[in-house]
Design a binder for this molecule. Structure first.
Ligand code: CA
Length: 563
């Protein structure tokens, strides 16, 4: 971690100057060199403490656009295997990987669409992505590195080309002499879906018949009938199948649509699903997508599902972007976190928040900030996501500041490994994607730039991996030193669960375009926190602590332990 070593050396050297002033001036240079050397050795030797639990750093991968192993322009599972070293090389002593320790694969099962959120066969791999053997090899390669694998589970609907729906529709077409009830008795797949003789909200006409069927997203995605025991049996088989193939859990798609408009029914179904999966594998992890108000997805924690994506903090209008932009007071960040943590743990003490900043349905963050300081804000906002408790998610390419907005295809552009058109493994991306120039350089270039978005993200993940209390602790705002542009908070956890690592941190960030001087003596909660152990900076300047006075660079983040 080149940047970090330099930052640490600077901090230690500066601290030494303060002390060293009492010594002969001639020794200062020598001491700085000595300390720089020492701190470099210390940093190199400092082990990461990656605890094997549900509090992870998860990298969301759209396989189609990630890495292409066989030169057909479409990303595939072998491509993900080839690029695992980028995500995590399994060696905690190296600093050439991002350090994420879980991947979420967007749907990988056979599907007629490029995004594959409409499944044809839940127990197979789409041929564009490879075969089950490739999946098994990927899971093994991940586990060898301490990386868990979760896969997308699209249970609200199937593809209209799924054999269940094809059989049901054909039966109805061929037997117009029967009532719907009579037909369902003869063809069990009819009750896998919700057919009706009348047009209802969210229903589509079934061509060549007088029937309608529920399809909340579009006609190509018929909703499954989750009240049907046979469908529940199929779902249990499907989750068991993938757990047998080694997955560590699931990401549930569109859970508010299970029973549209009926939260109690959604909670009841998710309770069944959570119980079913945990019976199959007690340690399995489940995160669900409920793209609604937090008052609703907080309530969903009653289901026992481990995590719900924390939409409050995400996207261009979320808390993270607001704080980074300066339109939301910096003090609001920790206040919100404390409220979120209290709300979800009061419903389920085992709840694991699932912070994320962007995903495949949202415009990428490089477009959120106009004017000067854009890249600083992209970096700072990435860190604000990674400084949240729980299991933090990063959408592939955000660590490069990739661009993409407007139609969905643009948000799922090829991973920007290189700006060289002939770069091996580069994907073509979705067919209907617009052609646009990226705003920030490709990975190859960013790797060489100490202050790139990529290197910043890598440091932020390293911070998260060095101090497990960040993901596992609770937040207490330090109000006295927080204001519109300074956010300050404690993150405290259980010492035993943290395996001997720091159980308490003071974290301070600056969203202003100017450096700030902060007097820590003004806040009793900050008493004793004077060890500046880590910092994240968007440019060359470093944070400095002299006595009680912290000088925090523009967009800088400083992390303290107690003396
Ligand atoms: Ca391919």
């Amino acid at each position: 971690m080149k940047k970090n070593k330099i930052a640490m050396a600077t901090v230690l050297a500066m601290a030494f100057i303060t002390v060293g002033c009492r010594k002969a001036q001639g020794n200062i240079q020598e001491n700085i060199q000595e300390n720089a050397q020492e701190s470099t050795q210390e940093t190199a030797a400092a082990p990461l403490t990656v605890i094997d639990d549900k509090y992870r750093t998860t990298y969301e991968i759209f396989v189609y656009s990630f890495y292409d192993s066989d030169d057909d322009g479409i990303g595939d599972l072998k491509g993900v295997i080839e690029k695992l070293d980028y995500i995590n090389d399994g060696d905690d002593t190296t600093d050439t990987d991002l350090g994420c320790n879980q991947i979420w694969l967007m749907p990988i099962s056979p599907s007629p669409t490029y995004h594959k959120y409409d499944v044809i066969d839940y127990k197979d791999i789409d041929p564009q992505y490879g075969a089950l053997e490739d999946f098994d090899a990927l899971v093994k390669a991940c586990h060898d590195r301490g990386v868990n694998v979760i896969i997308d589970m699209v249970l609200n609907h199937t593809s209209s080309e799924h054999p269940w729906f094809v059989e049901a529709s054909e039966f109805l077409r061929e037997h117009d002499e029967l009532t719907l009830e009579e037909a369902a008795e003869q063809c069990p797949f009819i009750d896998y879906y919700s057919f009706s003789e009348e047009k209802r909200t969210g229903y589509e006409p079934l061509p060549e018949t007088d029937y309608f069927y529920e399809a909340r997203f579009w006609s190509g995605m018929p909703d499954l009938n989750l009240d049907n025991e046979a469908v529940l049996g199929e779902i249990s088989d499907i989750t068991g199948f993938w757990l047998d193939h080694g997955v560590d859990g699931f990401r549930l798609d569109a859970v508010t649509s299970y029973y549209t408009g009926d939260d109690d029914a959604n909670i009841k179904f998710m309770t069944w699903l959570n119980d079913t999966v945990k019976k199959q594998s007690p340690d399995a992890y489940i995160v669900a997508e409920a793209w609604v108000n937090s008052s609703t997805y907080h309530k969903y924690y009653n289901s026992g599902i481990d995590s719900f994506f924390d939409f409050d903090y995400s996207g261009s209008e979320g808390i993270i972007a607001g704080v980074a932009r300066g339109t939301t007071p910096a003090s609001k960040y920790a206040e919100s976190l404390a409220a979120t943590e209290a709300a979800i743990s009061s419903i389920n003490p085992e709840a694991v928040d699932a912070p994320f900043y962007t995903n495949h349905d949202m415009a990428r963050s490089s477009g959120y900030y106009v004017g000067s300081g854009g890249s600083d804000k992209v970096k700072l906002s990435g860190a604000l996501n990674l400084l949240m408790g729980g299991n933090a998610f990063i959408y592939y390419g955000e660590e490069l500041g990739m661009k993409g907005s407007g139609k969905d295809e643009n948000k799922r552009a090829p991973m920007f490994w290189s700006s060289d058109a002939g770069f091996e493994g580069m994907c073509d991306g979705p067919k209907d994607m617009d052609h646009f120039e990226m705003k920030y350089p490709a990975l190859e270039e960013q790797q060489e730039d100490e202050y790139s978005i990529y290197n910043y993200y890598k440091n932020a993940i390293r911070l998260r991996n060095t101090y497990p209390v960040i993901a596992r602790g609770t937040t207490t705002p330090v109000a006295e030193i927080s204001d519109s542009s300074i956010g300050a908070f404690l993150r405290q956890g259980d010492a035993q669960a943290l395996q001997g690592t720091a159980d308490s941190l003071l974290i301070i960030f600056n969203t202003d375009k100017e450096a700030k001087e902060i007097d820590l003596s003004g806040a009793s909660l900050a008493d004793g926190y004077r060890n500046l152990v880590f910092q994240l900076n968007t440019a060359e300047n470093s944070a400095i602590i002299e006595g009680d006075i912290l000088t925090l660079p523009s967009y800088g983040i400083a992390v303290f332990t107690r003396e």
